[in-house]
Design a binder for this molecule. Sequence first.
Ligand code: SAH
Length: 468
Amino acid sequence: MLLTLSTTHQPATDLGYLLHKHPERTQTFALGFGQAHVFYPEARAERCTAALLLEIDPVGLVRKSARQGGAFDQYVNDRPYVASSFLSVAIAKVFSTALSGRCKDRPDLVNTPIPLTITLPVLPCRGGETFLRDLFEPLGYAIAAEPLPLDETFPDWGNSRYLSVTLSHKVRLSDLLSHLYVLIPVMDEDKHYWFGADEVDKLLRHGEGWLKDHPHREQITQRYFKRVRKLAEVAIAQLMEGEDPDADAELAAKSWQKLAAKKPVSLNQQRMAAVAAVLKSHHAKRVVDLGCGEGNLLKALWEDRFFERLMGIDVSFRALETAKKRLRVEQIPLHQRERLQLMQGSLTYRDERLIGYDAAAVIEVIEHMDLNRLATFEQVLFQFAQPPLVVITTPNAEFNALFPTLEKGHFRHQDHRFEWTRPEFQAWADSLCKRYGYQVEFQGIGFESPEVGTPSQMGVFVRQEERQ
Ligand code: SAH
């Protein structure tokens, strides 16, 4: 996948300062899904071109994705060859300073519109050239687009949905990168690599100064979020803030934003699928969900007839109320009432109600507890309730390095008391196994980067006498 970026602003080699990449060097960056290379095919005072080349590992994507119920299911897919949301991720990582409009060596130039031309040799574009023009013309770009044939040897087959595109404009580099960051996934309309926890914020930040007034802002927002319609509604409500003083919309936007900030959307689905798979493979039909929150896991398990008895416990009344609504508890017929129960309770108190289940799930909960409470929780669960199987998931702090907007040392959610690296989680798990007679195995959840692992980590604890 290739993107080139050229300027004729004199001296054109200043592009190197703006991009923070030296024209004489080739640089390589590791990304969660492959590598990005930056190099300059030409670097003269009259004209300078920078190239961003992405190498995506399609087989790796599919293998990891298949294990985790993820988005990619075909070994042969177009992702390595086309401009997609992977390119947006690469722009945010490789050109982060330029994207944010900073340049200490050429501070004036950052704020100066300069002639820029970009080429995208293969751009998937649902809606064709018309839609491409709808997106870029209102922003002032001159556009040249050539449809690519499906197969050159069979001209009768007609054209593919891919375009070879050149866009030119006198524009600030940071604006151009923001336009690409938002609009490339919009044109592609395929699955996102992953949704960051702060996706609404990201769209609003990169859309600042142009998206609000774009004639197609609703369509852009809807397509940016694909099927995650709620997030699109939040973003649209925020874009319209001030124009439509609808307090309800604003309120809804705020609460969805909170929810969105809680965890990445697609990662959450992968997490539920991974946990359900573990429960089933251990024949755990009666499951207690500790810290069930708004009922994400319970909903997934409820829809699967394999699970015979489900109980959710949470300390938050408000979360339980939401869970009740989502699971339509009031409408459950009498003969099924036993199958699903929700109760308010704290995980740091011994509770008879925790006894008698095949498994306990503790999904993204431990990091919400103070460390001294965690020690009490361990006793309540592993010493007192002692279910044969315990599944615990928690964020992998090492992966935070890949969230482009998460500052170093910050947690993914404001209520997190800690976030553990893989060795930290494993040390904790190993030590409690020794104390309480369990054995543990670990699995990652989400896309795996060779350096920092997966976004979420899972420990599967089996009570020892349950093993042959
Ligand atoms: N398991 C859910 C929710 C995770 S958010 C999911 O994956 O979607 C963490 C949840 O843990 C919150 O709902 C919070 O109310 C609950 N929680 C935190 N500390 C708790 C405690 N000591 N006792 C019971 N619930 C607790």
